[in-house]
Ligand binder design. Structure first.
Ligand SMILES: *[C@@H]1O[C@H](CO)[C@@H](O)[C@H](O)[C@H]1NC(C)=O
Ligand SMILES: *[C@@H]1O[C@H](CO)[C@@H](O)[C@H](O)[C@H]1NC(C)=O
Ligand SMILES: *[C@@H]1O[C@H](CO)[C@@H](O)[C@H](O)[C@H]1NC(C)=O
Ligand SMILES: *[C@@H]1O[C@H](CO)[C@@H](O)[C@H](O)[C@H]1NC(C)=O
Ligand SMILES: *[C@@H]1O[C@H](CO)[C@@H](O)[C@H](O)[C@H]1NC(C)=O
Ligand SMILES: *[C@@H]1O[C@H](CO)[C@@H](O)[C@H](O)[C@H]1NC(C)=O
Ligand SMILES: *[C@@H]1O[C@H](CO)[C@@H](O)[C@H](O)[C@H]1NC(C)=O
Ligand SMILES: *[C@@H]1O[C@H](CO)[C@@H](O)[C@H](O)[C@H]1NC(C)=O
Ligand SMILES: *[C@@H]1O[C@H](CO)[C@@H](O)[C@H](O)[C@H]1NC(C)=O
Ligand SMILES: *[C@@H]1O[C@H](CO)[C@@H](O)[C@H](O)[C@H]1NC(C)=O
Ligand SMILES: *[C@@H]1O[C@H](CO)[C@@H](O)[C@H](O)[C@H]1NC(C)=O
Ligand SMILES: *[C@@H]1O[C@H](CO)[C@@H](O)[C@H](O)[C@H]1NC(C)=O
Length: 597
């Protein structure tokens, strides 16, 4: 009995001991209080965050100092929803909060400013709304401030950018409005500043030139106006500058030529005008340089030939004039050269053939004359060459058959002539060819569909002869075939294996014979034009193609009665059946020789 009592006392005493010493510390209590108003919490957290622990220091996502104060809270990508909770302000030792990639909603609690030693605040990828609380200006130690991919609105306050230690500022992909405060220049330590995809307006403050450590400045997709400040040229460490899709006007500042480390410069979709400053040829690290759709005039500076790291040079849809500088051929790393829709003239310099890494050449919609230099047709990496709507002439050289990467060639509306090399397509994977409105002669090369990728074959308005190669008829990937206005003869191949064909126009040739029965296999084609050829026989094959919305068989020598299934098309467009004296609507067997449409 005595022993029992003793045991009981011991037990009582022991549990008392546990009671006293297992009480959860105040940071732990705060965390549980946060947890209590989060709506969805994964079991990995709820099972780990135990009220019975004395400290939260071993809880999932929590880290402490030696005094069991919570130093970091990292619940990134945990699937939590609900409001963050103002109680977080009690965790006054926090250095890092990472609640990114959850579904937190509501406002950023302004009380978070009580976490006065906070260095990293990472709330990106949530559904936070409201303004950025002005109280955050008290977070004097803040280095990383990441709120991107939320629904935040309102302005960025002047005081915020005065936080002396900011290094990484990601406010992109929100709905922030107002202008970029002048105080942006107070961020003397900032390395990365991302403001893209907001509703920011006004000018870039020239104080930006004081952010001497800045490496990446991302301002694209806002409503920013005014001129680009010359002071950008002070940012010697700048690697990435993107102002695409804003409303900037004025000249490209020549001071940008001071940026020796600049790797990426995108000025596209603004209203920049004036000439391209030759000084940019001094941006020796530049690898991607784009200014699509602006109002730039004048010549492409020959100094750009010094840009030995340049991989992408895209200045289409401006008003550039003069010749393409041969010096561009020195940009040995160049992969993409897009200068389309300008007013460039003269010949394409043969020096461009030195661009042995070039994949994409787009010079269409200019005033270029002369031949495409053979040296260009020899660039082994070439995948796409678009030069339509120029005044180019000459032939496609045999060397084109060596280009194994070639996918797309668009030459339409030029003065090209000669025979298309018959080996074109062998060992390559052509996708799209448009040679419309030139003077090509000879036969259609048989191997265009060699790589089984060919989708678009447009050779209309040329002087091509011979028959349509049977390989074209069996090109299963083909979607669009236009061979109209040539001198093609022979009969039409079967086309029985082209389930993807959506458009066939072989009008104005001299193709003869009957419509092959295999054509009935084109079960999804809406439009066929066989007009002005020498076809004979009846239209029963066409009558079996239920998908037809448009058909033109005019000016041939078809006979017999028009299948009932086509009568609607006759009604909607009688001329599409005209010019076939032996074709009739309902042809009585006895009077077949007299009936016409
Ligand atoms: C939080 O944890 C994730 C996943 O472990 C990690 O990628 C991220 O860097 C951490 N955040 C911080 C601020 O340490
Ligand atoms: C913030 O800290 C101050 C003192 O540092 C304190 O008076 C106040 O209650 C705290 N606010 C919150 C919401 O924790
Ligand atoms: C963004 O803010 C504008 C007003 O500045 C508002 O009209 C619009 O609804 C907001 N869009 C979103 C997605 O919050
Ligand atoms: C911000 O910069 C301006 C001008 O560059 C300077 O006059 C001002 O003192 C700075 N403010 C802070 C808080 O550093
Ligand atoms: C450029 O200016 C024209 C005419 O002033 C205007 O209509 C257009 O919206 C402007 N484009 C941009 C991107 O600012
Ligand atoms: C490029 O830099 C060199 C040396 O810094 C300078 O002499 C030259 O004027 C610059 N070129 C241009 C076009 O600004
Ligand atoms: C060629 O054209 C096709 C279809 O338009 C396109 O998907 C493909 O990206 C183009 N190839 C190149 C190298 O640009
Ligand atoms: C090319 O030129 C033709 C004829 O001049 C014109 O109709 C067409 O819009 C131009 N552009 C394209 C993309 O075809
Ligand atoms: C054919 O090309 C020439 C030269 O580019 C052009 O003037 C003409 O308008 C084009 N014809 C058609 C029908 O597009
Ligand atoms: C195509 O490739 C095969 C095998 O690599 C080669 O024997 C043939 O010569 C090539 N043909 C052409 C036209 O390059
Ligand atoms: C037409 O298609 C059918 C079924 O898709 C197929 O069996 C037949 O072989 C095709 N005809 C020809 C001539 O390939
Ligand atoms: C068919 O070709 C003829 C002759 O080129 C042309 O007049 C007609 O518009 C074309 N019809 C269709 C539907 O493409």
């Amino acid at each position: 009995m005595q022993l029992c009592l003793q045991n009981l006392l011991l037990l009582l005493c022991f549990s008392c001991f546990i009671c006293t010493f297992s009480a959860l510390n105040s940071d732990g209590v705060t965390l549980l209080s946060l947890l209590s108003h989060w709506k969805t919490v994964p079991s990995s957290i709820s099972s780990s965050w135990k009220a019975s622990d004395s400290t939260p220091c071993s809880w999932v996502g929590v880290g402490c100092d030696s005094s069991n104060n919570v130093l970091f809270l990292n619940l990134s990508g945990s699937g939590i929803s609900g409001e963050i909770g103002h109680e977080i302000s009690s965790l006054i030792h926090l250095k890092t909060i990472d609640l990114s990639l959850n579904s937190f909603s509501g406002n950023i609690p302004s009380e978070i400013s009580n976490c006065s030693v906070l260095e990293n605040l990472e709330l990106s990828g949530n559904k936070l709304t409201g303004e950025i609380p002005s109280s955050l200006k008290n977070l004097k130690k803040l280095q990383l401030f990441s709120l991107f991919d939320n629904l935040l609105s309102g302005e960025v306050s002047e005081s915020f950018f005065q936080l002396p230690n900011l290094q990484y500022v990601f406010l992109n992909n929100n709905n922030l409005s107002g202008s970029i405060p002048d105080s942006v220049g107070n961020m003397s330590k900032v390395l990365l500043l991302y403001l893209r995809a907001n509703q920011l307006s006004g000018e870039i403050p020239s104080s930006i030139g004081n952010c001497l450590k800045l490496q990446e400045l991302s301002l694209e997709e806002n409503h920013l106006t005014g001129a680009l400040p010359e002071s950008l040229g002070n940012l010697q460490d700048l690697i990435y500058l993107n102002v695409r899709t804003n409303r900037f006007v004025g000249n490209i500042p020549s001071e940008l030529g001071n940026l020796n480390n600049l790797d990426f410069l995108d000025l596209s979709f603004n209203n920049l005008s004036g000439e391209i400053p030759p000084s940019l040829g001094n941006c020796s690290s530049l690898s991607q340089f784009a200014a699509l759709q602006n109002k730039l005039v004048g010549n492409i500076p020959s100094s750009f030939g010094q840009l030995s790291k340049l991989e992408v040079f895209n200045f289409p849809q401006n008003q550039l004039s003069g010749k393409i500088p041969p010096e561009l051929g020195n940009c040995k790393s160049l992969k993409m050269l897009q200068l389309f829709s300008n007013q460039l003239e003269g010949e394409i310099p043969s020096e461009l053939g030195k661009l042995t890494n070039l994949q994409d050449l787009q010079l269409q919609e200019n005033r270029l004359t002369g031949e495409i230099p053979v040296s260009i047709w020899k660039i082994p990496s070439l995948q796409e060459i678009l030069v339509y709507n120029n005044s180019l002439s000459g032939q496609i050289p045999l060397e084109v058959t060596e280009l194994k990467q070639l996918q797309n060639i668009s030459l339409f509306n030029n003065f090209f002539s000669g025979v298309i090399p018959q080996g074109l397509g062998i060992n390559s994977s052509l996708i799209q060819l448009d040679f419309t409105n030139n003077s090509f002669s000879g036969k259609i090369p048989p191997n265009l569909c060699f790589g089984k990728k060919l989708k678009v074959l447009i050779f209309g308005i040329n002087k091509l002869e011979g028959s349509i190669p049977s390989e074209v008829g069996s090109c299963t990937t083909l979607r669009r075939l236009i061979l109209k206005e040539n001198k093609l003869t022979g009969s039409l191949p079967e086309f029985a294996e082209n389930p993807n064909l959506l458009f066939m126009n072989i009008a104005d040739n001299s193709i003869r014979g009957e419509i092959p029965s295999g054509l009935a296999n084109l079960t999804s084609i809406p439009s066929i034009n066989l007009s002005s050829n020498k076809f004979t026989g009846n239209l029963s094959v066409l009558g079996n193609i239920c998908s037809l919305k448009e058909v033109n068989v005019s000016n041939n020598d078809f006979s017999g009665s028009i299948p009932e299934t086509l009568l609607n098309l006759v009604k909607s467009s009688p001329p599409s059946f005209a010019g076939n004296p032996k074709l009739c609507l309902t042809c009585p067997p006895s009077k077949s020789s007299t009936c016409t449409v």
